[in-house]
Design a protein around this ligand. Structure first.
Ligand code: PMP
Length: 442
């Protein structure tokens, strides 16, 4: 009996003891192909000694210096690196540890900006249905992952949501992509007017929705219209790129592919690749100037902000991503993997949709393709897939809530950026064995 609590109180987890490229190895010597980088984290795989050495170097020099008193060279260097490659308007950055922490910061920053610019009524953050922004009370409040919200619902702050952009399930028969994009973006304007523009502080969304609906992207028509609406009503636009950012979709920032810049952008997972827990928030010059003219400090601050060892790890990770041209690999190997999935599962009666960008891909599971009906929620197919895939030596990231935040199952694939085509073949073949075992094929 273990006294350690991970997640499930009953599941007997294998004990991970080592990493080898894209594989995790357990105590019994079993090797698992990491087809999801854990939960979208380990983008450099599991045994990058260069990152470990960079952490070591920093830890030997200075492990920690409180941001109450100091800045450090390593945090300054990482800030410069992130800002130099960020969308042009995002010129300032703060660093923390977890994704939820950074989403909380983004919401608070939006509030401070509006208060400091004389719009003290602005406090509402609008989110999208079926998006996920974190596990704290505040971030669950703006999340539309109803399965994760359910237990805490009475504790959560009032929630203001618009429907998602989700072609497979929400685009009407005969509606063009353009028409659907304009309709989906139009929900934001309706919501702002309904709540009163003087009350709305920000709109938050994931440019590519990861965990809740499984790699659902939109397009630049949609995001350009969202940007216009935000500008028109003085509503800040927050992009949550915690999962989809830092190269995962083939560009360093996912929003580069839409040609739209947010006012605030949060990132985490791929930033430190799991070598250290680090997250960051970028924000615009305009916000910075107003804060400077206002109270002159950020009403945020956590003990481990800009922790030197986390910054050293993230800087090393980012240097490797660019030096080794890994974003090119995300694009080309991502295209190869998607094609392999389409060839293998395109005609599978229970795979309704195969989607995603770069190395962020999703397969949606349905009872039949015609009705797009999801599997019974109680069956918990996603859990069965996770366990069965592990038995076949594969980590993938199945989830539930695809259709309405509660029901519907999908499998998310997000392997490390260093994966090659042969390893993609192995991934697909292990996934095929898993699905053959669990769901009857034609
Ligand atoms: N936002 C998104 C889009 C995420 O995917 C996650 C984590 N899965 C979070 C926020 C929360 O991050 P964390 O678990 O590090 O708090």
């Amino acid at each position: 009996m273990s006294c350690l609590i991970n997640r499930s109180l009953t599941f007997k987890y294998p004990v991970a003891v080592a990493g080898d490229g894209i594989y995790v190895i357990d105590k019994n010597g079993n090797r698992y192909l990491d087809g999801s980088s854990g939960a979208g984290v380990s983008c450099l795989g599991h045994s990058n000694t260069e990152v470990v050495e960079a952490m070591n170097e920093q830890a030997k020099k200075l492990s920690f210096a409180s941001t109450v008193f100091y800045t450090t060279d390593i945090a300054e260097q990482l800030a410069e690196e992130l800002v130099s490659r960020a969308p042009a308007g995002l010129r300032h950055v703060s660093m923390g540890n977890g994704g939820s922490e950074q989403v909380e910061n983004a919401m608070k920053l939006a509030r401070q900006y509006h208060v400091d610019t004389g719009n003290a009524d602005k406090s509402i953050i609008i989110g999208r249905e079926y998006s996920y922004h974190g596990m704290t009370i505040g971030t669950l409040g703006v999340s539309g992952h109803y399965q994760r919200r359910e237990l805490y619902e009475p504790m959560l702050p009032d929630s203001f949501k618009i429907p998602p952009y989700f072609e497979y399930r929400h685009k009407a028969e005969g509606e063009s992509i353009y028409e659907y994009s304009m309709r989906a973006a139009g929900y934001l304007e309706e919501k702002i007017l309904q709540l009163g523009e003087k009350n709305v502080a920000a709109f938050i969304c994931e440019p590519v929705v990861a965990a809740t609906t499984g790699a659902v992207a939109a397009n630049s028509t949609y995001f350009k219209r969202i940007r216009e609406i935000c500008d028109q009503y003085n509503v800040l636009l927050i992009f949550d790129e915690i999962f989809c950012g830092m190269g995962r979709t083939g560009t360093l920032y996912a929003c580069e592919q839409e040609g739209v810049e947010p006012d605030i952008l949060v990132m985490a997972k791929g930033l430190g690749a799991g070598y250290q827990p680090i997250s960051a928030m970028l924000f615009s010059e305009r916000i910075y100037q107003e804060l400077l003219n206002g109270r002159g400090y950020l009403m945020l601050g956590h003990t481990y902000m800009s922790h030197p060892v986390t910054c050293a790890a993230a800087l090393a990770v980012q240097n490797i991503i660019h030096r080794d041209n890994l974003l090119e690999n995300v694009r080309s190997t991502g295209a190869y993997l998607k094609q392999r999935l389409i060839t293998t599962f395109g005609d599978h009666p229970n795979i309704g949709d195969i989607r995603g960008r770069g190395l962020l891909l999703g397969l949606e599971l349905v009872v039949d393709k015609q009705s797009k009906k999801p599997f019974d929620r109680e069956k918990q197919l996603w859990k069965e897939i996770q366990t069965c895939a592990m038995n076949h030596g594969l980590m993938c990231y199945p989830n539930q809530g695809t259709v309405d935040g509660k029901s519907g199952d999908h499998i998310l694939l997000a392997p490390p950026y260093i994966i090659n085509e042969k390893e993609c073949d192995e991934l697909v073949s292990k996934l095929e064995m898993t699905l053959n075992e669990l769901i009857a094929t034609p």
